[in-house]
Design a protein around this ligand. Sequence first.
Ligand code: GLA
Length: 734
Amino acid sequence: MAIIFNEKDKIFNIQTKNSSLVFGIYKDKLPVMLHYGKRLKDTYDIKKTLDFTMVKGTAHNAVLKDFDNEFSTEIVSTLYPTYGNTDLRNPAISIVQNNGTMCSSFYYKSHKIIKGKNKIEGLPQTYVQDGDNVESLELCLYDDIDNIELILNYSAFYDYDIITQSVKVINKSDKEIKIDRIMSASVDLKHKNLDFIHLQGAWCHECHIQRVPVMTGGMTIDSKRGCSSPNHNPFFALADKCANEDMGEVYGFNLIYSGNFVAGVEVDSIKTTRAYIGINPFNFGWTLEAGESFTTPEAMMNYSCEGLGKMSDNFHKIIRKRICRGKYRDIRRPLLLNNWEATYFDFDEEKLLKIAKKAKETGIELFVLDDGWFGKRNTDNCSLGDWYVNKEKLPSGIDGLAKKVNDLGLKFGLWFEPETICVDSDLYRAHPDWCIHIEGRPQNECRNELLLDLSRDEVCDYVIDIMSKNLSEANISYVKWDMNRSMSDIGSCGFAPERQCEIAHRYILGLYRIMDTLTKKFPDVLFEGCASGGARFDAGILYYFPQIWTSDCSDAVERMFIQHGASLVYPTSAMSAHVSASPNHQVKRSVSMKTRGNVAMCGTFGYELDLNKLTEEEMEEVNNQIKIYEDVVNITQQGTMYRLLSPYEQSYVAWEYVSEDEQKVVVMLGIVLRQGGIRWDTTKLILKGLDKDADYVLENTGEVYSGDFLMNFGLYKQLYQDFDTELLIFKKVK
Ligand code: GLA
């Protein structure tokens, strides 16, 4: 059982294999947060400590009249804090009532525990498959002054060690109300001295790990950019000061959402840490007419008492197996070559086929044509929205080109940026009001583009139709779905003034409807997400598309940091990574072909260069790489990942992957900058997750080591040159 209700004491214990979230219903009324952390077997002793928990406030705290002034919710943690009563910290929810005030009190009404999990309409989410040990609790709370129902939905993925939460508000009154803030999850922790870990960055520099101490007052990360953003990923972890990869308590939070989010902690004067994650309340508001409801995106809560490594493993497994879907979820992704960095906009059919032919000879399986094939697009200043082929460049059309690529023995893939529109496009000329904009204000462009107004159904229907047309008219096996701007000047002419602060969220709901429809209609197409690289690298996208272009920076050294950071949450199978030219086009760094290959192999692997331009020596390396890739792909994409050495902490990086059947092990070891002095430049590679009683042959050399030795003593390793890497492959022999 994953959810236990202690009827006598009115205490719920939401359990996973190693964690418990425990709350009680005080005096049959107030849901009180009691514990989130290590798994509690049962809750019968909690009652004895309740007096201690239910302390009255001090001089400056208001006390709750509803409970005879017994206590203040500023000191007693409620399960889902509201604004306006006696808790004056960041609330989980604030609602502007019909009389203009902002106070709510939600008390227990009923609850239901079910096997499995109900579907959340219109949003990405975790799902359950036959045989899963998952239970869900629907806790119904009610504010009977304003007649508003609040349903807290918790699901315990027992074996995945993850608890999910989403929240639904139903306006049961006959008056209009407005949601001002609504978090997907909010928990109060009694821990002191926690660190806040998050993934920050910028374009070409996404997912860099930052770890800072949590201070009284707290800290927040967010996105106001209309997408989850390269600046902050919708994830954070709270870790014990001493927590590292292998030990210590860590609380991970992730929002399954691709739009504006907020995530943070508030630490009060008695050192209670309130952690929260949800839609960003900035420029957000949602009007609920009588009878209407609103459901938040789902959040994942991931408690690990075995450090960051276990937290990541939990996230990897649930994202890979219970968020990602479709044909490609569990299978090896095709090895691709994308023409973008090989040609940019400067191509014709002959040039493309020459690149594709060489790719086929090398063992590549999928040829992807990137930007520049449609409208009159020869640079990035026009034609987004005009999704018909440029016959001057491609006289046989996309259909003809796809056939020719297929005839070479390759699958064919195509780039689209379906959510955007250029002012210089037939689509804009026909529908100038179809973009996100504010009447009477300038339409500020980014990369010469505007966003289509996906808050409007008719615009979404157009995107579905035009994409369906393109995908039906040619043999397209793969789609790179790009989106290259932040959302600014937010406004929609499809909605009344009082609904304008719904637009950013409505856009994401529209996008999800489009993605859902197209992925269902074209189940054999492999869709890859992209947003100027990793500007929308989140679990929301992964519900529809199983992989995402991790960053526009294809430099292997920058990628060591990006992929290491992204791996805190996201599995290897989600991180698209390509070998590109050297010197690298984004950072001008020269890196060996071997290193470019080794780093890219720790993602969904591909090439993004013209193989015809490589030297014989480089081609030999590519041929070798593709052989190795065949050997390791299932291990890196479906195995268990361990971070052994962090480039954020010293000069080496090391990632280990253990195959699902535990028979094979791959280690990618790399050095960023070599330091002076031999001593400083030697590292010890201590493996994890092996069988200590088994032996492993290192296939690169034929040497045999015991699992015990590899895990408890380790291998001394030295790489001699900046940016050098080595891929070690071990096989269990007995
Ligand atoms: C974005 C993508 C790139 C490429 C270009 C094409 O920047 O992230 O990979 O597709 O657009 O314009």
